[in-house]
Design a protein around this ligand. Structure first.
Ligand code: SF4
Ligand code: SF4
Length: 475
């Protein structure tokens, strides 16, 4: 615990609580295990999210994964919609929409994402930390164990903890991989000869070591140093944002609790409700003192709310000395109000979401192109016809084969010469086939003939492709 963190420390912003002010060495945080309603609710949310994360790779919609971020192959899937590199603009728009949503949520609800939904917090506080409490005990026991000499019992405890941590990190690394390459490719990776999948194997080992390093050692530093979101906080929050906050008007001036001084007497003497028990500091996983005000390190995990509510309950003081509240609510007693910033962000969010919905609703899962065969000129065909060889290129973004048919829309007399009446567009890939577009010689004007080719799926025209046939120079 950082003993420097104190409500009296006016220079608390000059240093981070996890670094020694003189040497800069890491100060290891031993947070007490929180207890209380928020911790229970957060645990439930975490179990639900972990369950979704666990079953996510097995869920497929129309054969496509629920979520896939195949960065090496530049393929993404979201709710069964597959995005290819040519759809990158949709993905960029989606990311922009999510970004605005996070900005809006932060402006209104502070870092609710960090405390309740962020995978780092969920794994750290709800999985790894709970295992640590189970094996090594609460904060004071962990501190004592670390300070104790290396006995057999300590080796066993530490060994078991780190073995479990690495095993879990291996699991998480593998699960992340299923969201990157898909469950089928992952299954092939783990069941096939590993020498044939060196890249995948390297990713698996790399992720496992990375997660082990983060959850066993790096911990809260990931939120403080690596995550840019915490740093953005200072520009995203304002006095109307609801954050985990200490009610300094109610809490100050602090004074130790005296049994002979009931609440009313304390109030009458002008003493605040904070008894400076420091429990809110002791439970904080980032080592800060919320009584100093909103700080970048605060991940809004609510542990200090639970700790303080527990103290208030024991003393029969009203709960909520630390609570979800805006600065304006605390300083002026004003209730939540909609600000101009919230209205502007919401409008932008609505506009972006609207554009996204329209693009997704009108987007085709099949893209077709008609390209002249490289280097090919026209061919003289029987019956005084001229033929041009074209390549049909079909990108099928779905997870099922799709039969397509081509038909000339105009001009009359032009037709397609192909051995197969339909083209089978292979699932999740690009199909290419050659066709001969033919037309009577008399239709060509100055060696050109514009034609339109319809692409049909299940009898419905899904696209019209226009190309220019070349032919002999007739008038
Ligand atoms: S837990 Fe509550 S009473 Fe105790 S120090 Fe923190 S704010 Fe004050
Ligand atoms: S100050 Fe409170 S809400 Fe913020 S990180 Fe610490 S315990 Fe969590």
């Amino acid at each position: 615990m950082n003993k420097d963190a104190s409500p009296l420390a006016s220079d608390f912003r000059d240093a981070i609580p996890t670094a020694d002010r003189k040497t800069g060495d890491r100060i290891w945080i031993y947070p007490r295990q929180p207890q209380g309603r928020f911790y229970r609710w957060r645990s439930w949310v975490a179990w639900i999210l972990l369950a979704i994360l666990a079953v996510g790779p097995f869920i497929k919609i129309n054969g496509a994964p629920l979520l896939m971020m195949n960065i090496p192959a530049r393929k993404f899937a979201l709710f069964g919609q597959v995005f290819w590199p040519q759809d990158l603009y949709i993905f960029a728009l989606l990311l922009l929409t999510i970004f605005v949503m996070i900005v809006l949520f932060t402006a209104v609800f502070g870092r609710v994402w960090c405390g309740w939904l962020c995978p780092q917090t969920i794994f750290m506080e709800m999985v790894f930390r709970k295992i640590e409490y189970g094996l090594e005990g609460d904060a004071h026991e962990q501190r004592a164990l670390d300070a104790a000499p290396w006995t057999r019992a300590k080796w066993i405890k530490k060994g078991a903890k780190h073995a479990i941590f690495f095993g879990l990190s291996f699991l998480i690394g593998n699960w992340l991989l299923t969201y990157i390459i898909g469950i089928d490719a992952w299954w092939a990776l783990v069941t096939d000869n590993p020498m044939r999948h060196l890249q995948g194997l390297a990713a698996m080992i790399g992720f496992s070591l990375l997660f082990y390093g983060i959850f066993a050692r790096f911990r809260e530093q990931a939120c403080t140093f690596i995550c840019p979101y915490g740093r953005f906080q200072s520009v995203l929050l304002d006095n109307d944002s609801i954050v985990v906050a200490y009610d300094h008007r109610r809490g100050e001036p602090q004074q130790r609790f005296r049994k002979d001084q009931p609440y009313e007497a304390r109030k009458a003497a002008g003493i605040g409700d904070c008894i400076n028990c420091r429990l809110c500091v002791e439970v904080c996983p980032t080592g800060i003192d919320i009584r100093n005000g909103t700080q970048m390190e605060c991940v809004n995990c609510t542990a200090c709310i639970d700790a303080c509510d527990g103290v208030m309950d024991r003393l029969s003081f009203p709960r909520g000395l630390i609570r979800y509240a805006s600065q304006r609510n605390i300083s002026e007693g004003l209730r939540f109000r909609v600000t101009a910033r919230m209205v502007i962000y919401s409008t932008i969010l609505l506009l972006l979401s609207g554009v996204l919905v329209v693009i997704l609703a009108t987007r085709s899962n099949v893209e077709t192109q008609l390209l002249r065969a490289p280097g090919a000129l026209f061919t003289e065909l029987p019956d005084n016809e001229i033929g041009n060889i074209y390549m049909v290129k079909i990108a099928n973004k779905t997870m099922r084969d799709i039969p397509l048919a081509l038909s000339i829309e105009w001009p009359d007399g032009a037709h397609i010469r192909t051995s197969e009446p339909e083209i089978r567009a292979a699932r999740d890939g690009i199909t290419q086939t050659a066709v001969v577009l033919a037309a009577p010689r008399m239709l060509f004007k100055h060696g050109n003939l514009p034609i339109a080719v319809g692409v049909y799926q299940d009898g419905q025209r899904i696209r019209t492709l226009k190309v220019n046939l070349i032919g002999p120079q007739t008038t």
